[in-house]
Design a protein around this ligand. Structure first.
Ligand SMILES: NC(=O)c1ccc[n+]([C@@H]2O[C@H](COP(=O)([O-])OP(=O)(O)OC[C@H]3O[C@@H](n4cnc5c(N)ncnc54)[C@H](O)[C@@H]3O)[C@@H](O)[C@H]2O)c1
Ligand SMILES: O=C(O)C[C@@H](O)C(=O)O
Ligand SMILES: [K+]
Ligand SMILES: [Mn+2]
Length: 352
């Protein structure tokens, strides 16, 4: 019997609705499998925790997390209590960085039963590899002066090591897929970092002669995500570009409530973290109508991480069937609740 120790952080807003729904699915999978179990330890770290304790997590929070095999997180953010840049930097980004989760893998694909906003959704199946620990996300800079002289400076940080690591991961992934890798750039407008990114990409691609490559400016690339998502296989992008592209990926599938993600620690020294692309959705929180598929598909990525790929694939097939049978939440054109969707997925798993 394999017991996986999971640190669970539901976080804020709909994170508190979709995480329990996805945990039910995980426990059901474990029962169906028979040879594994998930022991989930829950941490209430969130904006509510901040309201009580004046911080997003306790001082020893990062130490606590390090004893787990994976972190399962919902969403962080409640701007009515804590400014978004504080809640994100003091919890989500802190975990990503302290646990050296240097890449964020975010797939998007055509899904049966989804009402894609594309007039001709075709079959698309792509994965964005987002650099996850540096880039445009930095605390370096500041704000000075007052009134009309007020100014803000924000420095981006691109290291050869960070760029290369994300790019090599993307090349290796493309090798196992359709051997086509797109690099998201903006080396026309961004004077230093993006030409640097391009030069590293051009150096590295020599090591992967069997992979067809393309560098595409992020503005045009974003448009192609909408007009021709089927042309992509793997896309490697900086932190911010990857963030934006993956909301578009969710949107062209039919809802950002579906899009999953995995924050991977490549060395295995620290736990990886599994959390969907979407945020805490304060506009729908409390109604029980949040789409749980993003969180459940994220659980599938955690199963893959534990080398339980066969079960993960079965889960994804069931999610697609349930969606095709119109048991779905309102963001994708249905009228089921969060729990109706996750319960149906559990029932079909039990029937396997
Ligand atoms: N990884 C994260 O934890 C994360 C990601 C994005 C945003 N945030 C935070 O979340 C808060 C809200 O941010 P936002 O509004 O820009 O983005 P959001 O992703 O929370 O919501 C954007 C829109 O998508 C909808 N949506 C999102 N997830 C959904 C789901 N599962 N089912 C149905 N509809 C869904 C929302 O209702 C909203 O209309 C902010 O505090 C932000 O900082 C956190
Ligand atoms: O900016 C971030 O990384 C937070 C959130 O938008 C995400 O995509 O995880
Ligand atoms: K999230
Ligand atoms: Mn995002």
């Amino acid at each position: 019997m394999k017991n996986y120790q999971i640190a669970t952080i539901p976080g804020d807003g709909i994170g508190k609705e979709v995480v329990p729904a996805a945990l039910n699915v995980l426990h059901t999978i474990a029962d169906v499998h028979g040879g594994l179990s998930f022991v989930s330890t829950e941490f209430p770290w969130s904006c509510d925790y901040y309201a009580e304790h004046g911080k997003m997590m306790p001082e020893n929070g990062m130490e606590t997390l390090q004893s787990f095999e994976a972190i399962f997180l919902g969403a962080i953010g409640n701007p009515s209590i804590v400014a978004d840049h504080i809640s994100l930097w003091d919890l989500l980004l802190k975990i990503r960085r302290s646990c050296e989760q240097s890449i964020n893998i975010r797939p998007a694909k055509y899904f049966k039963g989804l009402r894609s906003p594309l007039t001709n959704p075709n079959d698309f199946d792509l994965i964005v590899v987002r650099e996850n620990s540096e880039g445009e996300y930095s605390e370096i800079g500041g704000r000075i002066h007052k009134n009309e002289n007020e100014m803000a400076i924000q420095n981006a940080v691109f290291t050869r090591r960070g760029c290369e690591s994300a790019m090599r991961y993307a090349f290796n992934l493309a090798k196992k897929r359709n051997k086509y890798l797109t690099s998201a750039t903006k080396s026309n407008g961004i004077f230093h970092t993006m030409p640097f990114w391009d030069s590293i990409f051009n150096d590295i691609k020599k090591d992967y002669p069997d992979i067809e490559t393309e560098s595409s400016h992020i503005d045009a690339l974003s448009a192609f995500f909408v007009t021709q998502p089927e042309k992509f296989d793997v896309i490697v992008a900086s932190n911010l570009f990857g963030d934006i592209l993956t909301d578009i990926g969710g949107a062209v599938m039919g809802s950002i409530g579906i899009a999953p993600a995995a924050n991977i620690n490549l060395s295995g020294k620290y736990p990886s973290m599994f959390e969907p692309v979407h945020g805490s959705a304060p506009d729908i929180y409390g109604k029980g109508i949040a789409n749980p598929i993003g969180q459940i598909w994220t659980a599938k990525m955690m199963l893959d991480h534990f080398n339980e790929e066969e079960l993960g694939q079965k889960l994804l097939d069931i999610i697609e069937e349930v969606t095709a049978d119109n048991i779905k939440t309102s963001d994708i054109g249905g009228n089921s609740t969060t729990l109706e969707v996750s319960n149906e997925i559990c029932n079909r798993l039990k029937a396997l």
